[in-house]
Design a protein around this ligand. Sequence first.
Ligand SMILES: Cc1ncc(COP(=O)(O)O)c(C=O)c1O
Length: 358
Amino acid sequence: MGTPDPELFPLPVWRRLLTAEWRAATIRTAGYRDAAGHHGLREAVARSIGRSRSVRATAADVLVTHGAQQALDLVGRVLIDPGDVVAVEDPGYPPARHLFHSLGARVVSVPVDREGLDVNALPGGARLVYVTPSHQFPLGTPMSLARRAALLDWAGRHDAVIVEDDYDSEFRFSDRPLDPLHSLDRAGRVVYVGTFSKTLLPLLRVGFLIAPASLRPALHAVKRLTDWHGDPVTQAALARFIDSGELPRHVRKATRTYAARHELITEALAGDLAEWLDPVPSTAGLHVCAVLRPDAPADIPAVVTEARRLGVAVEDLASYCHETPRPGIVLGYGAIPTDRVPAGLARLTRSFRAVTKR
Ligand SMILES: Cc1ncc(COP(=O)(O)O)c(C=O)c1O
């Protein structure tokens, strides 16, 4: 779930770029660097997300991080005092919830419906709202335009900051998606967070944030205090990877592969599995979610265990729910070869059958 396919990673290109960066000239200037990260990478990220996500930014706006997780940590350290309220989606991304909790926040769960986060249910005093508008984690639905506008309006009225985690929307299987909250934000309320964990590999540990100007000095100071500047060699290689056009090429190729897997799963959800599951519409990313039909009671934890016994890893949607349990499953397709998807789906169907017969 959520893991990209390591077989798709362009290893020879990456190895060549990395070797090229490990040259004497790099070492000779081996002092500490800017805590905001490698300048070339910041420029490349700004250009690339301008093109792919309509995010308006310059290199000066970009702070390179160790993945999205460190971006959330930095924002939390700057904005959260112990006891402050942080609103997160329910169901949602547990590492974000746990992180904000670890920083002393009072984390409040806000339900998500078909349009995304229920803005009317936001707690009045929230200092920070963490959302995944492009591809809600884990349901997969995009936040509607009306909800995006309402959330920005809410943040303005309550002097809150929105953290927009745009973790996997590079892989999309239909028309151009809605622009990120960041590009609708006229009041400097949104911190945009991106990562290369899905487009490339989580082990690279490279992500970034784009913050409103008012937060930038504090974020820069906290980055320097907690970590300094990450790995400039990897960052320089990544800059070249983006600038040479390898990244969009890789994303296009990977998108074709993931689209085929997504289609196979969507077909099965509309076919054999429709007896038990209703798919949650989703046209991006590395996973799909399906909820249990109200007229088809099945013990989801038992199905997940049975599927695992048969060699298929699916996730129980309940493990992402905090206050509002929803019976359902989440199917990741990043790490399974396309030709094994049909057999996996057949085994999942068998698991449902076995469990509902008991
Ligand atoms: C919602 C969400 N945000 C961010 C990430 C990526 O985090 P990182 O960049 O720290 O690897 C993931 C990966 O699973 C995710 O699901």
